[in-house]
Design a protein. Structure first.
Length: 329
């Protein structure tokens, strides 16, 4: 196999693209590691006055377009010009420009491939970092992410039925062909796409389970891959955890609101801070057992069958301890 390339300070740096996956510590890295590290020139959104905004509108334009449909020839020239003006100078300052975007691992496979091609056309050679998670745990985490999004997202974009059980949600994602429409679970195909375009040695695949076991060990590995100083990275990530899953108590509170025709109507008209308080999302109330959702053996088998081949590919090419962590292979 070809080992992922590990950089050190003496080597020439290149841009790093972090493509997720969802629910693998992405937000924690986006809020603490990437913006705060001295060796990183973070291209993502920065928290400002309660909102997350790009600090540079031209970079905002560039990244949003790369995450869209395939670039035309004219658009490619325009985006390259923005890259030369806004991103290339950061490399000259001996920092690593980092773009972290979960959306790159979502959507159908063809769209994900187009986004990867857009990045290659404009950024050129890059390091690509992907963090994966055991499919069973990832499925459960994605379900609660959608449930929380339904409760706290923008009021006019409530598309997720909060009364759906996890099996209802899975059935909604399942196609007549027997394949999922859940992009994050297709992480192996995403890794293969980037490996084909950027080269296997430039793609690093890491396990979320290692972050849970030992934050310092995980952060050291991704720091070496990115080419940034690991000790500061460890300090920035120490004790940090964003987007924690609701407790069982909070889920019950939300369902009680939704089950009341009067409360649910007023709830959806309320500003987000008030909705958060109604579900007791302030930190002091984050007590109790983490919410869980269970599905049948049939769904377990479907998820295993949908991810097994891809897991075997990842285990073979990146020598990941997937069997040890309970991945189907």
């Amino acid at each position: 196999m070809t080992e992922p390339k590990l950089l050190d300070a003496s080597q020439k740096r290149q841009c790093c693209i972090h493509v997720g996956v969802n629910k693998t510590g992405t937000t924690t890295m986006q809020r603490h590691l990437f913006p705060g590290h001295k060796d990183v020139a973070y291209l993502g959104k920065i928290a400002q006055w309660g909102r997350r905004k790009y600090t540079n509108p031209e970079v905002d334009r560039l990244l949003n377009r790369l995450a869209g449909d395939r670039l035309t020839h004219g658009e490619c020239d325009t985006m390259r010009a923005i890259y030369r003006e806004q991103v290339a100078p950061l490399l000259a300052s001996n920092r690593v420009p980092v773009w972290s975007q979960e959306g790159l691992c979502m959507a159908p496979a063809a769209k994900r491939l187009n986004r990867a091609k857009n990045i290659l056309d404009v950024f050129g050679p890059c390091s690509v970092m992907i963090v994966i998670r055991r499919p069973e745990a990832l499925t459960e985490a994605l379900y609660f992410q959608r449930l929380q999004g339904a409760a706290l997202g923008r009021r006019r974009k409530q598309r997720f039925n909060s009364h759906f059980s996890i099996e209802h949600w899975l059935e909604d994602r399942w196609q007549a062909t027997g394949r999922f429409r859940i992009g994050p679970l297709d992480y192996a195909r995403t890794a293969r796409q980037y490996a084909c375009l950027f080269g296997m040695a430039n793609v690093g695949v890491f396990c979320f389970e290692q972050l849970v076991e030992s934050s310092d060990s995980f952060v050291t590995e991704i720091s070496q891959f990115m080419g940034i100083e690991p000790v500061q990275a460890q300090q920035l990530m120490a004790g940090k955890r964003e987007n924690v899953r609701w407790t069982d108590r909070q889920v019950k509170q939300f369902r009680q609101i939704e089950n009341s025709p009067i409360l649910s109507r007023f709830y959806r008209l309320m500003p987000r801070p008030i909705r958060r308080r109604l579900i007791e999302l302030v930190k002091k109330d984050r007590q109790g057992e983490k919410a869980r959702a269970f599905y049948s053996d049939l769904w377990q088998q479907r998820i295993n069958d949908s991810t097994r081949e891809g897991n075997a590919y990842l285990q073979e090419n990146w020598e990941l301890p997937l069997e040890q962590y309970g991945y189907p292979v």
